[in-house]
Design a protein around this ligand. Structure first.
Ligand code: PEP
Ligand code: MN
Length: 357
């Protein structure tokens, strides 16, 4: 159930509705909108009688939410959610509006030299968010598992030198406090999309979450996972389409770009596309990045490595710096064609190329 408040409703009236909801044993979620406040009710097993709310002052309507996910649905909040990512050093980006953002960097942080080189390249290119795995979820227990805490420190140091924001994966509850200390966005990997206790745990942090779609998750399951985070108190969720398992074996996954408009129809949350894990082959990352921007994605996550042949993870899908810079240049007019801005200076090619010589 969603209680719609009058545009002129005051704080006391909003508070009174919230208290009424709590007295009934349910949870109230205040959802500020462009023109008015709405209050979502969760925790009820069956239908709620709307009459008692309709007689309260400041309330104009009470509507049933038909979808199983409530707080993340467009029914509850028609306007797009803008997620603000910021750090204590004053860096800030807004994701979900008309600006497109790129999160880029290596699959894994491998060394100080590697992450610093990429961070300086991104900085020169005007990219604002550095990615890099420190705690890696690997299919094989014998594969490189990440530099762990050391990796987090290297990421933070690279970000401090360049003014970039950081996104890195939270693999489990044990590493969550350390990740939250070093990262500006908490990434939930595809393999953990339905790790419900981890979703509840990240919801307790005052940091935006990047939730990746599970390898075999339907869009409804994806949105239900986001609902876990939002209903537990963290509204700053960004979804990330990163490819799903299909019968196709040529590509690593099948990048489901139809997920972008479908999610935008069903939910107000921003959606990012990760074409690197989506296709698994660097040759196809650029075309799928362009397609993702064309179909309305709010941002991209792209793996970039100075020397993919030597990468400790996901080398085959990593772009070399030069190719990445060329891609940024190509994305700019595509973003503009769909009413978005891409504020990068891919265009300062000489400087960028020097940095990755
Ligand atoms: C990653 O981004 O490093 C990663 C492991 O991605 P995914 O969870 O989508 O496989
Ligand atoms: Mn990877």
């Amino acid at each position: 159930m969603l209680i719609i408040m009058d545009a002129r409703a005051n704080q006391e009236q909003i508070q009174a509705v919230c208290e009424r909801i709590c007295e009934m044993g349910f949870k109230a979620h205040v959802i500020p909108g462009a023109d008015r406040v709405a209050i979502g009710i969760t925790g009820n097993k069956g239908a709620i009688d709307k009459e008692p709310f309709l007689s309260m002052s400041g309330v104009i309507d009470a509507v049933r939410i038909t979808k199983p996910y409530k707080l993340v649905s467009r029914e509850v909040k028609p306007s797009d959610t803008i997620v603000v990512v910021k750090n204590a050093r004053g860096a800030e980006v807004k994701i979900g509006g008309d600006e497109l953002h790129i999160m880029a960097g290596p699959c894994s942080v491998e060394s100080e030299a590697q992450i610093n080189e990429i961070a300086h390249l991104l900085k020169a290119a005007g990219v604002k968010i550095l990615r890099g795995g420190a705690f890696k979820p690997r299919t094989s227990p014998y594969a490189f598992q990440g530099l762990k805490r050391k990796g987090l420190e290297l990421l933070k140091s690279a970000a401090e030198q360049t003014g970039l924001l950081v996104v890195t994966e939270v693999k489990d509850a044990e590493s969550l406090p350390a990740v939250a200390e070093h990262s500006d966005i908490l990434q939930i990997g595809a393999r953990n999309m339905q790790n419900f206790s981890l979703l509840e745990a990240v919801a307790r942090y005052d940091k935006p979450v990047l939730l990746k779609r599970g390898l075999a998750a339907t869009i409804e399951e994806f949105l239900m996972a986001a609902e876990y985070i939002v209903s537990n108190g963290n509204p700053n969720v960004m979804l990330c389409e990163r490819g799903i398992r299909t019968f196709e074996t040529y590509t690593r996954n099948t990048l489901d770009l139809s997920c972008v408009p479908v999610v935008q129809h069903l939910s107000h949350l921003p959606i990012i596309v990760d074409p690197s894990h989506g296709v698994g082959l660097w040759e196809h990352v650029a075309p799928m990045s362009k397609a993702a921007v064309a179909c309305g994605a709010n941002g991209l996550m792209i793996e970039v490595h100075p020397n993919p042949a030597e990468a400790l993870s996901d080398g085959p899908q990593s772009l070399k710096p030069k190719k990445f810079i060329a891609l940024l240049r190509d994305l700019k007019p595509i973003a503009e064609a769909v009413g978005k801005r891409l504020n990068v200076n891919a265009l300062n090619e000489t400087k960028s190329l020097e940095l990755c010589a």
